[in-house]
Design a protein around this ligand. Structure first.
Ligand code: NAD
Ligand code: TYD
Length: 357
């Protein structure tokens, strides 16, 4: 049995593959374009492991996806691949439309052709699991109830609009063609291997480098935060037991304003790696211009996945953020290679050389 997983050199996909192969011998074919966000160094521990097959390529390359499906005959496709950073989507939305909308469409087309030709039993067992975000639901007021799966879509950034479009396509392929799809809409993840352009890893690496900690606007925007390994366990559970055509919201029941997150990171660093001059990391906080169209609050109601599939997060925010800060302190090489750009050479040194050998 095999899974085709797209975007698994990225933050969540890499964590998913590492966790998957720690508890299963089912082969994973990892299709990733290796954009700036793709980092095979995150999967370095799988070097030489025959259960992980890496293919550099684009989900929008229909011929490549068709070839991989024909060759590896996966029982499921898990789509993590996306452009994922809101700020980048504001500066240059084109890539978001190409990958998140057009790419997902092409992937669905290739999967539909493959799935349609499967024997009946395999067809019924097949799953297309689409990994999405709570940002498709838009922004909540202070006292609004958290997003349920039936909340209307009100995306506000080019990123969330492109993810919303992909969710709609996935839904339509179920409704129109009967493709057995599953969609998960998850809140903000944090944890190991997180690219330091997103809030939590950026604050950790900037703090350690003695740089400013840029907090947008008043820092009172609220996100729900989930430890990445809990997101991975939710995806495993949805793949195993989710009902085709259903959507599952995934969250940590853990809403916090950004400034509180930044202060927590600073306090953990004060404890675990105090500054040489004895001052506190929070002195590095700098309020900067707000993000245009900045969503004020996201909150996930994750009761459906708990009620129907028995999933709950294992980590509290206190335990997850401590593990995360400890991971960044224990992995300075991973951080340094991201910062220097050397992580992008990993495919040359580790994979291309292997093939030639
Ligand atoms: P990421 O940016 O770290 O990784 C994305 C990966 O996709 C990278 O390895 C990149 O090289 C790859 N990729 C990009 N375009 C591709 C293409 N056209 N073809 C093949 N591969 C391509 O993102 P992430 O944080 O790991 O997010 C993974 C998924 O989870 C995304 O779909 C995102 O929308 C969703 N999500 C993320 C969060 C979060 O907090 N990070 C929360 C909820 C949902
Ligand atoms: P981010 O990690 O980019 O995730 P998203 O925008 O998808 O929620 O940002 C999380 C929150 O932190 C968001 O409200 C924007 C804010 N933020 C800052 O205040 N400063 C920063 O440098 C970054 C990257 C984000």
């Amino acid at each position: 049995m095999t899974l085709l997983i797209t975007g698994a050199a990225g933050f969540i996909g890499a964590n998913f593959v590492l966790d998957w192969l720690a508890q299963s011998d089912e082969t994973v074919v990892n299709l990733d374009k290796l954009t700036y966000a793709g980092n095979l160094e995150s999967l370095a521990s799988l070097q030489g492991d025959a259960r992980h097959i890496f293919v550099q390529g684009d989900i929008g390359d229909g011929a490549l996806v068709a070839r991989l499906l024909a060759e590896y005959r996966p029982r499921a496709v898990l789509n993590f691949a996306a452009e994922s950073h809101v700020d980048r989507s504001i500066h240059s939305p084109e890539d978001f439309i190409q990958t998140n909308v057009v790419g997902t469409f092409r992937l669905l087309e290739a999967v539909r052709a493959y799935w349609g030709a499967l024997p009946e039993a395999d067809k019924a067992a097949f799953r297309f699991l689409h990994v999405s975000t709570d940002e498709v639901y838009g922004s909540l007021g202070k006292n609004d109830p958290a997003f349920t799966e039936t909340h209307r879509y009100e995306p506000n950034s080019p990123y969330s609009a492109s993810k919303a479009a992909s969710d709609h396509l996935v839904r339509a392929y179920h409704h129109t063609y009967g493709l057995p799809v599953l969609t998960t809409n998850c809140s903000n993840n944090y944890g190991p291997y997180h690219f330091p352009e997103k809030l939590i890893p950026l604050m950790i690496v900037n703090a350690l480098a003695g740089k400013a900690l840029p907090v947008y606007g008043d820092g009172m925007q609220v996100r729900d935060w989930l430890y990445v390994k809990d997101h991975c366990s939710a995806i495993r559970r949805v793949l195993q037991a989710g009902q085709p055509g259903e959507v599952y919201n995934v969250g940590g029941w853990n809403e916090k304003p950004n400034i509180e997150i930044v202060n927590t990171v600073c306090a953990l660093l004060d404890e675990l790696r105090p500054r040489a001059d004895g001052t506190r990391y929070s002195a590095q906080i700098s309020y900067v211009k707000d993000r245009p169209g900045h969503d004020r609050r996201y909150a996930i109601d994750a009761s459906k996945i708990e009620r129907e599939l028995g999933w709950k997060p294992a980590e509290t925010f206190a335990s997850g953020i401590r593990k995360t800060v400890q991971w960044y302190l224990a992995n300075p090489d991973w951080v340094a290679h991201v910062q220097s750009g050397a992580y992008r050479d990993w495919i040359q040194t580790q994979y291309v050389r292997d093939e030639a050998a």
